[in-house]
Write a new protein. Structure first.
Length: 277
């Protein structure tokens, strides 16, 4: 199977997630081990609370005009009360189960949205962008079909036209801690993978992008927002890692072998930053 190179500006998240292909999250599974990727392909993850909250924040920040029509809020009150039970029943007729939020979660998401959109640079960037853009292409070296769900793709003729943008919820958005998050969660791979999507397109909105910006918002009061752009060295590291992982994916598909961790004892050392805390 291969993907024709294309960008889709109105594809639903459900349709995107149903499509085959190497996504950033699947490459993260593969980076853990081929066995983890194979398991996730055969047994898709059920959405966790953290995943649901993340999806809701993306909806609220990227498409605020649609948020209230896509996410329900359970009113405050005792869960066994008649009023709350009636409200839940009414919401169940309007929204999918994963899109009905407790009042505290719903209100937290609104506050996080207001924090992001209250940042004038973030607001300007998002206002000049298409939101939730699906991208499909085939890796020319391995033939592996690839895909990406780009949070925000600035208009090509805007001042941000060389960028792609991703919104992250995080515990700590300070530079030092988000730097660790980039490494621990493979965000440099995600950035490189998404930028690759634009390099297989030809014209207009598909103009090549070479910059990647994260809009980070904290998940606890005071819900601060920070913005970071990965430097060229981080993007180069991500690119090399993605190329390595796509090669591993191709080898696993060819052999139909998806190994786990090595069986021998491995020596373990700590990264350099562990000694500079």
């Amino acid at each position: 199977m291969t993907h024709d190179s294309k960008l889709l500006f109105n594809q639903s998240a459900e349709e995107y997630h149903s499509q085959a292909g190497a996504s950033a999250s699947r490459l993260n599974k593969l980076n853990r081990s081929p066995a983890h990727l194979k398991h996730s392909l055969d047994h898709p993850d059920e959405p966790t609370r953290a995943m649901i909250i993340g999806s809701a924040v993306h909806s609220a920040v990227l498409e605020p005009e649609l948020f209230s029509g896509e996410w329900g809020r359970i009113p405050e009150g005792h869960g066994a009360s008649k009023a709350v039970k009636e409200a839940k029943a009414e919401l169940a007729e309007q929204f999918p189960p994963d899109q009905i939020l407790k009042a505290s979660d719903y209100d937290m998401i609104i506050t996080m949205r207001d924090s992001v959109l209250g940042n004038p640079v973030a607001a300007s960037l998002l206002e000049a962008s298409n939101a939730e853009v699906s991208s499909y292409w085939t890796d020319p070296k391995t033939g592996i079909p690839c895909k990406a769900r780009i949070d925000a793709m600035p208009f090509a003729d805007s001042e941000w036209g060389s960028c792609l943008v991703d919104v992250k919820t995080t515990v700590n958005a300070s530079p030092k801690e988000f730097q660790r998050s980039v490494f621990n969660f493979g965000y440099m791979r995600q950035a490189s993978h998404y930028l690759s999507a634009t390099q297989h397109m030809e014209t207009g909105e598909q103009t090549h992008r070479n910059r990647f910006i994260f809009i980070c918002v904290e998940k606890s009061p005071p819900y601060c927002t920070a913005m970071y752009e990965l430097d060229p060295d981080a993007l180069a590291l991500g690119k090399a890692d993605v190329e390595r992982l796509l090669g591993v994916w191709a080898d696993c598909e060819s052999s139909d072998e998806w190994p786990s961790y090595p069986t021998e004892v491995q020596e373990l050392s700590l990264p350099a930053w562990a000694y500079t805390r």
